[in-house]
Design a protein around this ligand. Sequence first.
Ligand SMILES: [Zn+2]
Ligand SMILES: [Zn+2]
Length: 477
Amino acid sequence: MKKLEALTFLLIATAFISCAAADDEKQQVISFLEMHKQRHTDLAMQLWDFAELGYMETRSSNLLKQHLASSGFEVTSGVADIPTAFVASYGEGSPVIGILAEFDALPGISQSATPTREIVDDKPNGHACGHHLFGACSTAAALALKEWMDDQDIKGTLRLYGTPAEEGGSGKVYMVRAGLFDDVDAVLHWHASDRNAANPSTSLVNKSARFTFTGISAHAAAAPHLGRSALDGVESMNYMVNLMREHVLEKTRIHYVITRGGEAPNVVPDYAQVYYYVRHPDADTLLMIWDRVISVSEAAAKGTGTEVHAKVMHGNHSLLPNETLAKVMHANLSMVGGVVYSEEEKEFARRVSSSFLDATNFSGLESKVLPMKMDNGQGSTDVGDVSWNVPTTGLRTATWVPGTASHSWQAIAAGGYTIGAKGMQVAAKTLALTVIDLLRNPKLISTAKQEFKDRRGHDFKYVPLLGDRNPPLDYRK
Ligand SMILES: [Zn+2]
Ligand SMILES: [Zn+2]
């Protein structure tokens, strides 16, 4: 054999052996997750039971920390001035790979793990966005990876970020602002869904505020001329914003709830409040629309003889996609594949689907992995701010019955049932395998970083949308 041929042969053989070794390691991690499946499912179901709201996830946060600390992770609690935020770290040196873990529930929505509508007494909150699965899954992946790092003597750091209050609290933005991601090379996340996909994704930029109007109270029949209604301020603002919808760019989303509107019709209310979300794919456009909403609130106050105070509640940037990382995630998701459902689970799904507004298209639970494509999501997430600071990618797995809207009772039901647990297992395996690839192949990280820089642009400067406010630790109280 000539020298060059021999060298080529050697390189191919080495590549084959290292690839096979990596596959063996991946199988070991998958076996670990299979072996501890019940423990991880129990963890998720405990979080589902707690159903704690943003910044008040004390028990959920503690439970995850206990699992990580008892497995040898170094846990730092109360980071970024948020009592329920934490960082659990294992290993040392670079590269540093982060995995996000959410665990907050949603207010005002309650459901048992049954396929028909069933409100749970004395439980006003529920995991309608599947964050209990998210928190438990990421923890499970981290525990599996720790075993692998020990076994293979892997250099590098694995960091699990316990990130509270995703739902309207922007917990991760404060963690980014505190510099907790400054030395991280890549970040992975996932989300509950009705399908299995690992796409490079975008999302909408999102900013919110509470507009509090104050007026003058008076007897509504005997002396209305002496009163100035704060509710009039709220209603005027809403009316003008609703007219404004015709004159904003497409893809804008504006929604509100009246959180205070007075107590009795015979008292002119001197206090009323409306809580607004504004969204758009582009941050600069969003900020222009935001300024207009602020002007509308001031005009509403002026016209009704009231005063208004706007308090910014949260702000999330869009997701910055990273195709380099998404391809790795997609390859691993394809390797893991979907799951096989039992007859009982199929029947559960059929019954849930019969509650949908359009139940005619239901064709069963989703077990295949969808081809990779750019996903322009209509939601928003505080993962966005992470993604503009560190190359980031995520995946979705089928934890819900196809056709389920997030933030619905159907999402709580399937998320508390074995369908949710099976989807979580797929995600835990995929996250873990993707970390193995990143820690084994430094080139992947450097390619992802180059793509990240190109997408951000060279003059990019990160500015949090929520300004310098402190975490709104009481926003759900
Ligand atoms: Zn949500
Ligand atoms: Zn969510």
